[in-house]
Design a protein around this ligand. Structure first.
Ligand SMILES: Nc1nc2c(ncn2[C@@H]2O[C@H](COP(=O)(O)OP(=O)(O)O)[C@@H](O)[C@H]2O)c(=O)[nH]1
Ligand SMILES: [Mg+2]
Length: 355
């Protein structure tokens, strides 16, 4: 799962990238070219830790997300994103929009002064315009297809109705992430790389002190707002842990900003997490919401899916309350589920399969 850090030049994207990933990319490197740097990050998960401690697991494996530091958005909202940038943005599963909220006289804002609400709207305009053009092109194509009779009439009509709905929304500055779509419609749109369809985390990048500004969202669906003291967190991420802990206390930062944000961005992806646990390993697995026991088995190993017999399932909280698998089983708390069982977030699974 890939999260793209986007934002105006000098908003602190690379700083935030370094803070989140522990990387050490150079700052102030806006070359005007399209550039991407990626890093894979573990999603901190107290459930993995609790399971590992309870079961004495030797290894802990967390879910991961990939962050991509994407340079190149101008904030000019001209509508024509450079092709290379468009390709990169279309591949992302969600965006983290780094919004500059730090005053720094040494770092000029590309638009003259710091105004977070304006920057949020400006970048959204850029994404909206991109999608509007994509949708218009598609509507043109569908019209041609209708005239040629290339595909069955009903199929084209259904697609046209959907794209018209999208067009109407986009023309009113409504991002597509705020629109209700059926599963079929969502599937149909998947290949079009519509940027406002992707979930969005607005990350206010604050200075070492000061409160986060208020952001007004006319369409808050599938959007989260958070803040980070970007430069401070980057410096802490690059210190040795003891010194970092001392400074954290000084600045009143309890949980690491890094951990908090990684969790939040994982939640944005609307995935569910299930777990497997044994003496060897306690492990988190990430799946799209709505996945079945068979999908879970396939995620672990193809042989498990092929020879699937059943899944033994217990919710994390219940397992922790009862203490261990044997107790849970003797009390009849382990459910036996078939292939089609829809996995719930927090389920602990044991897959029985014929190997
Ligand atoms: N004072 C302050 N400066 C910051 C903060 N975050 C970034 N900067 C500075 O802003 C400049 C641009 O940061 P950079 O991460 O390269 O921005 P990018 O162009 O969005 O990747 C650098 O000089 C950073 O040190 C912050 O939270 N506070
Ligand atoms: Mg940068």
């Amino acid at each position: 799962m890939q999260l793209g850090l986007i934002g105006l030049p000098q908003s602190g994207k690379t700083t935030v990238f370094n803070a989140l990933t522990g990387a050490n990319l150079p700052l102030n490197m806006s070359t005007g070219r399209v550039e991407v740097h990626t890093a894979v990050v573990k999603v901190p998960d107290p459930r993995v830790d609790a399971l590992a401690e309870r079961f004495g697991s030797r290894k802990r494996t967390y879910a991961t997300v990939t962050y991509a530091d994407v340079a190149g958005l101008s904030g000019k909202a001209s509508g024509e994103l450079p092709g290379a940038l468009r390709n990169i943005l279309q591949q992302m599963d969600a965006f983290v929009h780094v919004v500059r909220a730090f005053p720094n006289p040494n770092v000029p804002h590309p638009l003259g002064h710091v105004a977070p609400q304006r920057d949020v709207e400006l970048l959204e305009q850029e994404l909206l315009l991109h999608d509007l053009m994509t949708v218009e092109r598609r509507l043109e194509r569908l019209k041609e297809e209708r005239q040629k009779g290339a595909r069955p009439k009903e199929v084209i009509a259904r697609e046209e109705a959907l794209f018209q709905r999208l067009h109407q929304a986009l023309s009113q500055d409504i991002p597509l992430r705020a629109i209700e779509l059926s599963a079929d419609e969502a599937r149909l749109l998947r290949g079009f790389g519509l940027l406002t369809r992707k979930p969005m985390l607005l990350l206010l990048n604050l200075d070492d002190e000061g409160e986060p500004p208020e952001i007004v969202l006319p369409h808050p669906q599938r959007t989260k707002v958070a803040w980070l003291r970007g430069r401070l967190e980057m410096e802490l991420a690059q210190m040795d842990p003891e010194d970092a802990a001392y400074f954290r206390e000084e600045f009143g930062l309890t949980e690491t900003g890094q951990a908090r944000l990684i969790r939040l961005s994982y939640e944005l992806l609307d995935r569910i997490t299930f777990y497997t646990v044994g003496e060897k390993e306690a492990r988190a697995w990430s799946l799209p919401r709505g996945s079945t026991a068979l999908d879970a088995a396939a995620a672990i190993h193809t042989d498990m899916a092929k020879g699937f017999i059943r899944a033994e399932v217990i919710p994390f909280d219940e397992l922790m309350r009862l203490g261990d698998w044997a107790t849970a089983r003797s009390q009849g708390k382990i459910r036996l589920e078939g292939k089609d069982y829809v996995i719930q977030d927090g389920d602990v699974l044991l897959i029985r399969f014929a190997g």
